[in-house]
Design a protein around this ligand. Structure first.
Ligand code: GZL
Length: 325
């Protein structure tokens, strides 16, 4: 609680004393809205692009964005939300690092009459009145796209025994849970595929590299046929390790990744990665649209997904549409 009070004092110094500390919005039709935004960290290119999208969209909308970065610590997100409540922001937006542990602080927001928008990740709760709307990817569909690509790859190459290692994102986060569930729902009953190991890379490039070294030590390059990695940062770390080996078996591995950052799409075009499932970080405009609808008293749909797809080595990769963020 003490941390929340200190944070509020800092925020008041930064934003002044008024409840609407932002500048007049461009249209000049309304005092700007103050948006309290708890970002979970800066762990990946996706997250950095997502933060930039939120900042740019808030600026264009004329809203004051009060952003706190939690550096991957749930307790810091909880403190930040408490400080937003104490500061009486107009709306709270946050990307929950994990799905559980939010009921208490979101009950406090509800009691304070402050609407909450979940951006990018979902929470697990018995009371879905604790949040007004979710805007973010359908991670289950992303996992299915990864699985569907692998099925097609096996069909087209005639592979009948593929040993898969999975490098997972942050444990108990929505993308980790649902990218795994979607993938397994597609390949799990197909006896051509065996997931021989599933390890935690926490969405970090450094841990992706560490995981790859451990998996190679355990199975050898000739013991692994497919790597399914829950984000590009971990994939690129793993790729650094694979390409440091002078081993044809490493080059023959099928690499499937999620996000769609530029470096990963470039690696796809260079034949170093086989499938990049898209997950757009550019959620800022959609979030600010929801904020505007709240301001105008409109009903919000509870779950809002952006359109997403996948780029694979079956595509015409010279198509300008094949690009990363
Ligand atoms: C997905 C997002 C994930 C990305 C990672 O929407 O939550 O977190 O896939 C990021 O790159 O760290």
């Amino acid at each position: 609680m003490r941390k929340a009070i200190i944070l509020v004092l800092v925020l008041i110094l930064l934003f002044g004393l008024s409840g609407c500390a932002g500048k007049q919005d461009p249209a000049g039709d309304n005092a700007s809205i103050v948006v309290g935004f708890s970002q979970l960290g800066a762990e990946s290119s996706w997250r950095i692009a997502n933060t930039a999208s939120m900042e740019q969209a808030a600026k264009e909308a004329g809203y004051s964005l009060m952003m706190e970065n939690a550096n991957q610590k749930q307790e810091k997100q909880i403190d930040a939300i408490r400080s937003f409540i104490a500061y009486r922001v107009d709306v709270i937006v946050f990307s929950p690092i994990v799905e559980t542990g939010w009921d208490n602080v979101l009950t406090e927001a509800k009691q304070a009459g402050i609407p909450v928008i979940l951006m990018d990740r979902m929470i697990e709760t018995q009371d879905d009145s604790l949040y007004t709307a979710y805007i973010g990817a359908d991670f289950y569909a992303e996992g299915r796209r990864a699985g569907e690509y692998l099925v097609r790859k096996a069909d087209e190459t005639g592979a009948d025994k593929l040993r898969i290692v999975e490098i997972c994102g942050t444990t108990d986060s929505t993308p980790m849970r649902d990218r795994q569930r979607g993938f397994m729902d597609v390949i799990g009953q197909d006896d051509r595929f065996t997931v021989i190991d599933s390890v935690d890379g926490d969405f970090l490039r450094s841990k992706g590299e560490e995981c790859m070294r451990e998996l190679l030590a355990k199975y050898g390059a000739d013991g692994i046929d497919v790597i399914y990695s829950h984000n590009d940062s971990m994939t690129l770390g793993a790729l650094d390790v694979l390409e440091s080996l002078d081993d044809p078996a490493a080059k023959d591995m099928i690499l499937i990744t999620v996000d769609g950052e530029r470096e990963a799409v470039d690696a796809l075009k260079a034949g170093r990665i086989n499938c990049v499932v898209q997950c757009t970080p550019h959620l800022g405009p959609d979030v600010m649209k929801l904020v505007g609808d709240l301001k105008d008293g409109k009903e919000l749909s509870k779950v809002n997904h952006p359109d997403e797809s996948a780029f694979t080595d079956f595509d015409d990769l010279s198509d300008p549409a094949v690009e990363g963020f």
